[in-house]
Design a protein around this ligand. Structure first.
Ligand code: FMN
Length: 186
């Protein structure tokens, strides 16, 4: 099972539409997915008490990430980085973290022409710190407003092709790390 992590809680987020595309895509490839949508986190996540008393919703999402053989993070670029809610969610995860030893694939989403490159690169650094295994082929989706303008679905053939190639490669990456002992301490 692959978890599709929607990296923002913004109402009306386009990242969520890209996540829906990925759920359909992985289903076509015969892979089960589970969405982890940060838009479903309660306000309690922002409370000063959340570090000592982890909100149930965070624990539920953490269990989903733990159970997944790989995680696809769809992350928008907010002010040259990834959204604060995504960092807060990661900060509230239990230890050892479900990110540790996990294969993780990134899809950057941005209105700007760099397609979330800065957010993706910063997330790659963070994932290395968390001892995850970032899949080296990230997809960047620039001008996402235009990309999704018609029918709120990705119809651009080049973007569809890149996302499909990434998904196929990521599933091989997950399989090779799972069978090759990539989760070992070292
Ligand atoms: C708080 C905030 C900051 C943003 N900063 C950037 C940015 O630095 N670069 C960029 O290309 N787009 C930026 N955007 C636009 C997003 O890329 C755009 O909203 C896109 O649709 C993806 O985000 P979404 O999932 O919230 O829709 C920003 C949007 C918000 C809400």
């Amino acid at each position: 099972m692959i978890a599709i992590l929607i990296g923002t809680n913004r109402l009306g987020s386009r990242t969520r539409l890209v996540g829906a595309h990925l759920i359909r895509l992985y289903a076509e490839l015969g892979e089960e997915t589970r969405p982890v949508d940060l838009g479903l986190l309660p306000n309690e996540v922002g409370s000063p008490r959340a570090y000592a008393s982890r909100p149930m919703a965070v624990s539920r999402f953490a269990a989903l990430l733990e159970a997944a053989s790989g995680i696809v993070i769809v992350l928008p670029e907010y002010n040259g980085s990834f959204p604060g809610i995504l960092k807060l969610f990661f900060d509230l995860l239990p230890h050892p973290s479900p990110l540790e030893g996990k294969s993780i694939c990134l899809v950057g989403v941005a209105r700007g022409r760099f397609g979330g490159l800065r957010a993706v690169e910063q997330m790659q650094n963070h994932l290395l710190y968390r001892r995850a295994h970032p899949y080296p082929y990230s997809v960047l989706l620039p001008d996402v407003g235009l990309l999704l303008a018609e029918a709120a679905r990705i119809q651009d053939p080049a973007s569809i092709k890149r996302l499909r190639e990434q998904a196929e490669g990521f599933l091989c990456f997950v399989a090779s790390l799972t069978s090759g002992g990539g989760n070992q301490e070292g």
